[in-house]
Design a protein around this ligand. Structure first.
Ligand SMILES: [Mg+2]
Length: 455
């Protein structure tokens, strides 16, 4: 049951590639309960936070959904619709453990780049993985790995698309056990039949706001040009959605998170083979920080935490040695390309800020801690995530007053970069200034286990 939406004329091989694979577990909590309790299988099952008539379901099995019972349905109503419904007291620790086991199963097939929620995993496809046939094969292998490693009741819907935003949309287009691909050549026509509410970030309130501005259907939304989209959403979010819906890569992976509920903001990059040196990786980290800091300000946030992840390619003998020793808890993974990798990550926490210099100090502080032995000599992936985001409007005046010239410098930089393009003004010229400025933020560094949480 694979739906692949490409152009009516057939795929143009040069451009019709996927970039991301989005895994979304179907009725996750209820499926875990059915896995743990075979007697619940094939029966309407609901998961509740407490056993009480006044509470609402936090998950419903597919058998319950077929009867019209869903997440949010009150227990009273669920029992009226289906008196024999099985109600289970939910256990978050169990679901978190299953989430980890599922991520590990997915990793067996393809590295997980992001975990947007407890029942979602995103993989970035690289090189030949991006071809439609190979991508589809990977998706089928992911489904099989979850069934084999975790359990037969754990089904998922998988979306394939050129960016993360569309991959999430595609994962929602067929349930349960779906597999839908949105190829660039077929866009945006292949999503024109959706409802506005099917777009990540468009909730009830946003939908009303769009309706009030005369936009009620996807074709109406898709008819708008980029400027009109900016005005419609009154922010850069509109520009981003404009590009994502057309399959473009906006350089931020198309993270499907509206700024209003955004918890983190990040950029990552796979290094070209000639840049896989510590110096090359630092240059990339630098550039990623610059982009992330600018986006932080454009979306009007302060950040109180920076997470850095670096992945390193290993030689076959290094991989064998590392896999053999459990010391240091290092994990070795095999990429589909055959590349063996290990990784390292660190999170710095500091007083919330939004200026590039302060964030750069945090990055430098992390970077200094990076291991520099033979196993960590060939970095091939760098990721930076700003977390603990606080809306600018919630920050108090005292903070604004503090590192005044740093904020001004950043604001000037944004203006120039917006006007003349992303890379106009770079850090190089700012580094001497940084050396003369005292360190204003104290931060603590917390080593983080590789492969979890913040990517
Ligand atoms: Mg789900």
């Amino acid at each position: 049951m694979f739906g692949e939406y490409n152009s009516p004329m057939g795929a143009s091989a040069a451009t019709d590639l996927y970039g991301f694979l989005h895994v979304d577990l179907n009725s996750f909590f209820a499926s875990v309960e059915q896995q743990l309790h075979p007697e619940y299988r094939n029966k309407p099952t609901g998961v509740v936070p407490t056993i009480a008539d006044t509470t609402s379901l936090i998950a419903a099995s597919y058998e319950a959904k077929a009867l019209g019972i869903k997440t949010g349905t009150r227990v009273l109503d669920a029992r009226r619709i289906c008196p024999e419904i099985i109600l289970v007291h939910g256990n978050h620790a169990t679901y978190a453990e299953y989430s980890h086991r599922i991520a590990a199963a997915v990793e067996r097939v393809c590295p997980v780049a992001h975990t947007p929620s407890i029942d979602e995993m995103v993989c970035q496809l690289l090189g030949r993985e991006r071809g439609p046939a190979r991508a589809r094969q990977i998706a089928l292998e992911v489904k099989q790995a979850i069934r084999e490693d975790v359990g037969e009741t754990l089904r998922c819907s998988i979306g394939l698309a050129p960016n993360r935003y569309l991959a999430k949309i595609a994962s929602d287009m067929q349930k349960p056990d779906g597999l839908v691909g949105l190829l660039p050549g077929g866009l945006p026509g292949s999503i024109a039949h959706l409802e506005l509410r099917d777009l990540p970030g468009v909730g009830a309130r946003t939908e009303l706001r769009l309706n009030a501005k005369g936009i009620r259907t996807m074709p109406e939304l898709l008819a708008l040009d980029r400027n009109a989209m900016h005005r419609l959403f009154n922010s850069v979010w509109g520009d981003r959605v404009y590009h994502w819906l057309r399959g473009n890569d906006t350089g931020d992976d198309g993270a499907p998170i509206p700024s209003a509920v955004q918890k983190s903001l990040g950029h990552s990059h796979v290094l070209a083979p000639e840049h896989r040196t510590p110096e090359g990786a630092w240059a990339v980290a630098h550039k990623l920080l610059h982009k992330a800091a600018m986006r932080l300000r454009m979306e009007k946030f302060f950040s109180g935490s920076l997470a850095l992840t670096v992945k390193y390619a290993l030689s076959a003998s290094q991989a064998a040695n590392l896999a053999g020793s459990r010391l240091g808890g290092e994990r070795v993974k095999k990429h589909l390309s055959g590349l063996m990798e290990t990784g390292w990550g660190m999170e710095a926490r500091f007083r919330p800020c939004q200026d590039t210099l302060s964030l750069l100090e945090a990055l430098q502080g992390c970077w200094k801690q990076a291991p520099a032995d033979g196993k960590h000599a060939k970095p091939f992936f760098v990721g930076i995530t700003l977390r603990n985001l606080i809306p600018e409007s919630e920050m108090q005046g005292s903070l604004f007053a503090e590192p005044g010239n740093r904020r001004e410098l950043s604001a000037t930089m944004d203006k120039l970069n917006l006007k003349y393009g992303h890379t106009t003004l770079h850090f190089a010229g700012m580094l001497p200034a940084r050396d003369s400025a005292p360190t204003r933020i104290a931060f603590t560094q917390i080593p983080v286990q590789y492969g979890h949480e913040y990517m």
